[in-house]
Design a protein around this ligand. Structure first.
Ligand code: SF4
Length: 506
């Protein structure tokens, strides 16, 4: 859910191309990276310059980035430049129980009480935020969505009626961003807008995906298009093998730590490189999910065979991926040697307050939370289970598990964890003494009503796989949240302190 970027006093990573548009060249350039205050050991991740040809289809001669090309096609233009304002045709509009009622209100006010939405098959409505609560206003929001979807005959409404048993609601999914992917609404080359800042998650599929406010969404609901300013693109080249104990969460915490929470404000963030290519779709989602924590307009990863295989059984809708041209203009380029990276956390109270997990080993914690669109996917729980399995120990602090969606919940209970002798995540979690996996939803990621499962109602210290650690984010304004990967979260649960997962993973 949305929140404004926080200003930071940290020095952003500076690139020689920064602050001006320059034609990108694949030839090697020496890039000097000044040290960021308080990150002595982390700057070593910058890789030696390499000569890498940018991804390209070779079929377009206009020298545009992926984001520019997607927006050009969606606005029926042959050429676009950053800073231009264009009317963009929208492929999918998503809204949820928090912003949906407001969006619907604006749509009715501006288009008329009896107006019809622009396309009943291109609007996806997903109750997910404040679901398992007795809060009447929250429940009423879901009722409002239901009434509207019936009135408009909306094709994709993932409803929940029986709050006592989510499994009695086969249509119910859970967290919108993960549900969008699992239900085949994320497709390369398309434009997806959502009334939630982490809509950028879907950039993992090589599409333009960004969060919009209720007013814009209400307009899209009626018109199917939106006036958008074309963002310039920052390019992040990540090469090298992922070291033991590292996950995509560490990669994005590394980047945000470098460029700060305002370093990509209204910019596209394109991720390429051998490391990115090696990531699964769920890990790519983790990377794109948090671009908004750097102020990014969208994140994007070129679609490849991993993308196409993921989509194979999820959508029958045709799509056409696009790729950055060889002469595309990037505002700046950042290179990382991932093989030199170590597990990270973002300390309270900002996602760019980066530190090595091992530097925080004296931070005593009260609880661990594994969940959300960032860290509550099937592979996130597999990662946590791997740490618990490797240790053979029990957790020392309450450990809350909130699957993002109903499918993730089922995976936890049914899929065998590799090299576990056939055990499921749920068995491993039970043996480790974790709380029973909760009903899928946003849960306590953004606090929610007071009766929300695992909400921080006390000023505690939490290691969390979520994406924001602003004061009050998970419930209590004096709570302290350390953002971390599922590996680091599980390792921390086992010791009761912020812990580098390599202590358990050999
Ligand atoms: S899980 Fe958290 S970040 Fe993701 S959509 Fe829900 S509230 Fe927002």
């Amino acid at each position: 859910m949305g929140s404004a970027a926080i200003a930071s006093s940290s020095s952003p990573l500076i690139n020689k191309n920064d602050l001006r548009l320059s034609s990108f060249s694949s030839s090697s350039q020496s890039i000097k990276i000044p040290k960021r205050r308080g990150s002595r050991e982390i700057v070593a991740v910058m890789a030696p310059p390499q000569s890498r040809p940018p991804s390209t289809t070779g079929s377009v001669k206009t020298g545009m980035t992926m984001t520019e090309k997607i927006l050009a096609r969606a606005s029926e233009r042959s050429q676009l430049n950053p800073g231009e304002n264009v009317w963009v045709n929208v492929d999918i509009l998503m809204t949820h129980d928090v912003c949906g009622p407001g969006t619907i209100g604006i749509f009715k006010k501006e288009f008329g009480e009896n107006a019809k939405v622009w396309d009943r098959e291109k609007i996806v409505i997903i109750p997910d935020h404040y679901i398992f609560t007795s809060d009447e206003r929250a429940n009423r929001n879901v009722d409002t969505l239901r009434e509207f979807c019936m009135e408009q005959n909306i094709k994709y409404f993932y409803d929940i009626k029986d709050l006592g048993n989510f499994k009695a609601n086969p249509d119910y999914k859970g967290v919108c961003h993960v549900a969008l992917a699992q239900e085949g609404h994320c497709r390369p080359g398309e434009v997806l807008l959502g009334t939630d800042s982490h809509t950028c998650n879907a950039g993992a599929f090589g599409q333009f995906a960004t969060g919009v406010g209720n007013t814009d969404a209400g307009f899209v609901m009626g018109a199917g298009k939106l006036l958008l300013k074309v963002p310039p693109t920052l390019r992040f080249v990540m090469d090298g093998e992922m070291p033991n104990g590292l996950l995509a969460k560490d990669l994005i915490l590394q980047i945000i730590g470098e460029i700060t929470v305002s370093g990509a404000t209204y910019k596209s963030m394109e991720f390429v490189g051998s490391t990115v290519e090696s990531l699964t779709m769920e890990e790519r989602m983790t990377l794109c999910n948090m671009v908004v924590e750097a102020g990014g307009k969208n994140g994007v990863i070129p679609a490849d065979n991993t993308t196409f295989q993921y989509l194979e059984d999820k959508t029958s809708v045709g799509f056409e991926p696009v790729y950055s041209d060889g002469q595309a203009r990037f505002l700046s380029e950042y290179r990382f040697d991932v093989s030199k990276m170590e597990p990270l956390v973002a300390k309270p109270h900002s996602p760019d307050n980066r530190a090595l997990a091992r530097e925080c080993k004296d931070v005593k914690i009260d609880r661990v939370y594994i969940g959300s669109c960032t860290g509550g996917k099937t592979e996130d729980f597999f990662a946590a289970a791997r740490v618990f399995l490797a240790s053979g120990k029990k957790v020392k602090v309450p450990t809350f598990l909130v699957p993002a969606t109903q499918k993730v919940w089922m995976d936890i209970y049914s899929l065998p964890v590799p090299e576990s002798g056939g055990k499921t995540c749920s068995q491993i979690f039970e043996e480790a003494g974790c709380d029973v996996p909760a009903s899928p939803s946003c849960g306590a990621c953004l606090g929610g009503p007071r009766d929300t499962y695992a909400r921080m109602n006390e000023p505690q210290v939490c290691v969390s796989t979520t994406n924001r650690n602003f004061p009050g984010r998970m419930g209590h304004k004096e709570g302290q949240i350390y953002l971390a990967s599922p590996y680091t979260a599980a390792a921390s649960a086992l010791t009761g302190f912020v812990t580098d997962p390599r202590e358990f993973l050999q």
